[in-house]
Design a protein around this ligand. Sequence first.
Ligand code: UDP
Ligand code: MG
Length: 329
Amino acid sequence: MTPVLYIVIPCYNEQEVLPITAPMFLGKIRELTERGKISDDSRVLFVNDGSRDRTWEIISELARQDCHYAGISQSRNRGHQNAVLAGLMEAKDRCDITISIDCDGQDDINAMDAMVDAYLDGCDVVYGVRSSRETDSFFKRFTAQGFYKFLAAMGAEVVYNHADYRLMSARVLKEFANYHEVNLFLRGLVPLVGFKSTSVSYSRAERIAGESHYPLKKMIALAVDGITSLSVKPLRLITSVGLFVALVSFLGCLWALITALCGRAVAGWASMTCIICLMSGVQLVSLGIIGEYIGKIYLETKARPRYIISERTDNMSVGTEKLPLSGEK
Ligand code: UDP
Ligand code: MG
């Protein structure tokens, strides 16, 4: 039996690019079907992430034109990670494999061939890894590489140069559904699920149309989310810095005591000011880092829904789900 593939594509204000890339995704489904790699029941599943432009109208229109197009719409903008999750969770009971990919044509669609081949060879997760970043601006390349290095240094292991272009089998997704965290950092979580995995490299192109939604501010937010949701290393670093400062302070005390006892104590305004400034800086940064973790705990305890689907195209309505085999819950 050939596997059913769902290509999951998050879309946020993508009215310029969608009419260009949607037929490319459909073409890939057709090509893989003709080559006997995947089933004709495969779909291109768009996730509208609360767009304010005509994105959802375009998706609905595409679904009316060809049954291979499907779409779900989030009730509001929740960000790329939640949009991908919504699509994956919707797809997991209807297909055998999913491939998540951005809708702007930056990730090479042809890498899907190798991904599906790897799945057919027994891999459950296939990471798409960018082989070069020549088309990215110097700034984007520099910040993105810094992002991966910083994550690794802070103990959040991610596959280098892999974003969210990846194949995941339905059985991985079913296990992944048990990860209930609200602070989502998919590329860090997927490796934790395990299963046999491999990577496929591809070169990243420029955006076909429209603009990037990931300015530096959002990249930093993603990095902070990634680190704090995957690792407690920053908390340990605080302890190490605290120990170091305590040791230096102890030596400082000794020095002050000896100076005083020798009767050589002078009004040390500059040294006092420096010590106070340094100590308050260290303390405030430490408090900030601890606060970041407390904020995460606060959000996790609320356990609010990670996505809310407000609309579906007809072929994604609940009645069309794959029926469970007899005896299965
Ligand atoms: N996206 C989304 N919700 C958001 C921001 C982005 O679903 O709030 C989608 C967007 O439509 C695209 C993908 O996430 O398909 C990646 O975004 P973008 O291309 O802007 O990021 P970049 O490639 O520049 O990092
Ligand atoms: Mg992009």
